[in-house]
Structure formats: structure tokens, C-alpha cells
Write a protein that binds this ligand. Structure first.
Ligand SMILES: Nc1ncnc2c1ncn2[C@@H]1O[C@H](COP(=O)(O)OP(=O)(O)OP(=O)(O)O)[C@@H](O)[C@H]1O
Ligand SMILES: [Mg+2]
Length: 321
């Protein structure tokens, strides 16, 4: 069953089209991820789905309700974890959680119980009485997620849950997302970490320049990628004409980007190494290493989006400073 249905959804900012008529569905109980570079439209989409931004056009259905006209009802059953925290600096961690719970009409006793148990789950029990402004970045992110979960929503929206925090906190957050999903909560998240998309998500939507260019099960992406065989050969001396004679000798192969001292050969079927080794020998090229490369989701990403990984990596480093 589809718990989220999005049809032809668009957002214009003064004529600038940030999201361009996107359509996709999210199944109940799955972890669905939007993967895309900076400025792709991830936050804008999440904001429209959660009622923080008004769509310019299109339709949203969430749990059988109209996600635009009935957004107030929808907001009671969803949790929102924005990329920048929306909590109060002067309140303690505990008070922030209790306050969020009160917004959902949860009774005092239960509010406090849930706040305590969430602090514990996120290893924040010892810092629950410190003001939020004294929290580190990772602690802030964890508390913001805890706040989004306080009313036990059916769907949790997380905007870049693991960006810009340390490895251990990121791991803890991933574990929380898995646990929560294990208990039946549907998760919609955005990320530009391919690792997160691969590890956490059942399905991924690739979003680039405001358009969803592909939605696929992670399993299927990987299976398709495995069909392609890639072999890397390394050598010591460089020969500028080598690539062309390789391509004319083996017309079934294509060449992949690689370093100056190596060459990557790809083919859709099985590849035998010996004919290549003979070819290199005839050319007088001494091969120091030959190995099979398993395509990663990273390569799938490059194939699907045409965006080079260097660009994503730079964005990653530039963020969260
Ligand atoms: N309030 C706004 N006014 C004008 N333009 C906006 C506004 N919000 C977003 N945009 C533009 O819309 C595009 C999509 O932005 P969005 O924040 O959705 O991207 P994103 O995929 O979340 O990127 P990031 O990975 O950096 O978080 C960008 O070009 C951005 O500059
Ligand atoms: Mg964003």
C-alpha cells in the first residue's frame, strides 16, 4: 500500500523552478530515500510534504488524506526532523522533548516518560538537563530526531539525518532509523551520502535539478550493476596509443575512467583475462596487476545521474562546517 502519493508536484520561487513536476509513491513500512546533490530540491520537497512550504502545483496524498488541504490532520501522524534544528536554545534537552510532546496533546506523565526513554535511546540521558545551546552538533541532531519521534508518528521525515556529524553519532542515528522502521514506521529521508542510501533505504529516488530522474529498489540497482563486469589493469610505463588499439582489438568492451597508470575495461558479459594479457604482451606493456572491480552504488549513481562523484564529495566536505 502506498502511504505517500505525490503527483506532478512543483515549487516555484519567484519564477525559479526548484521542483519540477515530480511524481513518486512511498510504500507503507519502507525506508524511502531522496538522493541528490546540493540544490537538487530535496529540502523543498520534504517541506512541501510536511506542510512547511506550499506547493505551486500538484497533488500530495498522505495516509489517505489530502496532503495540501488536510495538512493539519496529516501533521498529527507525521514526524518532521529538519536539517537545521527547530528546538529551543534556552530549554534543556528534556524540556524540549516534553514541550514537543505537549504540542501533540500528550498527557504530562506520558510526556515525561517518553522524553526520558528517548534521551536514553540516544545516549543523552546524562545531558538531558543541559540547555540545548550547550549541545554539540551530533547531540543536537539526535535530540532533534528524538523530538520528531515523540508522538510516535506513522511516518518520519528526516532531512539529511547524518550530514555534518561524527561517525559514531551517525552510526547511532542509522541504528535508530533501522529500529524505528523495524517497528513499522515509514521513513522518508534525504541524503547526499551514497553510503546512507545503500545501507538504509529500500528504495531510492534520484533527484537532480528539481527532477526525479529514477526511482529504484536498492537491490535492483545493485543487481543491474553486478551484470557489468569491470577489470582493471595496471602497468608501469605509459603508452598513449594503447587505448585505441585495445578498443579495436576488443570491440565488445568500453573503457571506464581510471588513473594514468591503469585502464578499466568494462563489458556486459563474462570477460576472460587471458586474451587481454596476450594483447598487452604483444604491445610490450608489462602488467603489474589485473583485478576485477565490483561496481558500487556510487558508479550506479554516476551512470544514472551523469554527476561525477568528485562533485558530490566536494559538497559533502563543504557542508556541515
Ligand atoms: N526560499 C527560497 N527562495 C528561493 N529559492 C529557494 C528557496 N528555497 C530553496 N530555493 C532554491 O531551490 C533549489 C532547491 O533547494 P533545496 O534546498 O530544496 O535543495 P536541496 O536538495 O535540499 O539541497 P542541499 O543538499 O544543499 O540541502 C535551490 O536552487 C535553492 O537555491
Ligand atoms: Mg536540503
Amino acid at each position: 500500500m502506498d502511504i505517500i502519493k505525490v503527483k506532478d508536484l512543483s515549487k516555484d520561487f519567484d519564477g525559479f523552478k526548484a521542483v519540477k513536476s515530480i511524481s513518486f509513491n512511498v510504500e507503507k513500512g519502507e525506508v524511502f530515500g531522496f538522493l541528490g546533490p546540493n540544490g537538487a530540491g530535496k529540502t523543498t520537497t520534504i517541506n512541501m510534504l510536511t506542510g512547511l512550504a506550499k506547493p505551486s502545483s500538484g497533488e500530495i496524498m498522505i495516509a489517505g488524506r489530502d496532503g495540501i488541504r488536510e495538512i493539519k490532520d496529516v501533521q498529527r501522524i507525521i514526524g518532521i526532523v529538519p536539517d537545521e534544528s527547530n528546538l529551543y536554545d534556552e530549554m534543556s534537552g528534556f524540556e524540549n522533548l516534553v514541550f514537543c510532546a505537549s504540542l501533540y496533546g500528550i498527557k504530562k506523565k506520558l510526556r515525561e516518560q517518553r522524553a526520558e526513554s528517548l534521551l536514553k535511546q540516544f545516549s543523552l540521558e546524562d545531558t538531558g538537563d543541559r540547555p540545548f545551546k550547550a549541545y554539540s552538533k551530533g547531540m543536537k541532531r539526535k535530540l532533534t530526531i528524538a523530538a520528531g519521534m515523540i508522538h510516535e508518528p506513522e511516518i518520519l521525515f528526516l532531512d539529511e539525518p547524518t550530514t555534518g556529524i561524527d561517525v559514531e553519532s551517525a552510526r547511532q542515528i542509522r541504528r535508530m532509523i533501522e529500529e524505528l522502521n523495524g517497528k513499522g514506521t515509514t521513513i522518508f529521508l534525504t541524503t547526499h551520502y551514497i553510503e546512507d542510501a545503500e545501507r538504509l533505504c529500500h528504495r531510492i529516488g534520484f533527484i537532480v535539478s528539481g527532477k526525479v530522474i529514477k526511482v529504484s529498489r536498492v537491490q535492483d540497482l545493485m543487481a543491474n550493476a553486478q551484470e557489468e563486469k569491470i577489470v582493471e589493469f595496471r602497468w608501469n610505463s605509459k603508452d598513449p596509443g594503447l587505448e585505441n588499439s585495445l578498443l579495436s582489438t576488443f570491440p565488445e568492451i568500453t573503457l571506464k575512467p581510471s588513473s594514468a597508470q591503469s585502464i578499466r575495461v568494462s563489458s556486459q558479459g563474462e570477460m576472460e583475462l587471458m586474451p587481454f594479457m596476450r594483447f598487452f604482451e604483444e604491445q610490450g606493456v608489462k602488467i603489474t596487476e589485473a583485478k576485477i572491480i565490483r561496481p558500487s552504488l556510487e558508479e550506479v549513481f554516476v551512470n544514472v545521474t551523469g554527476i561525477e562523484l568528485d562533485r558530490l564529495k566536494k559538497e559533502k566536505e563543504g557542508k556541515g562546517k
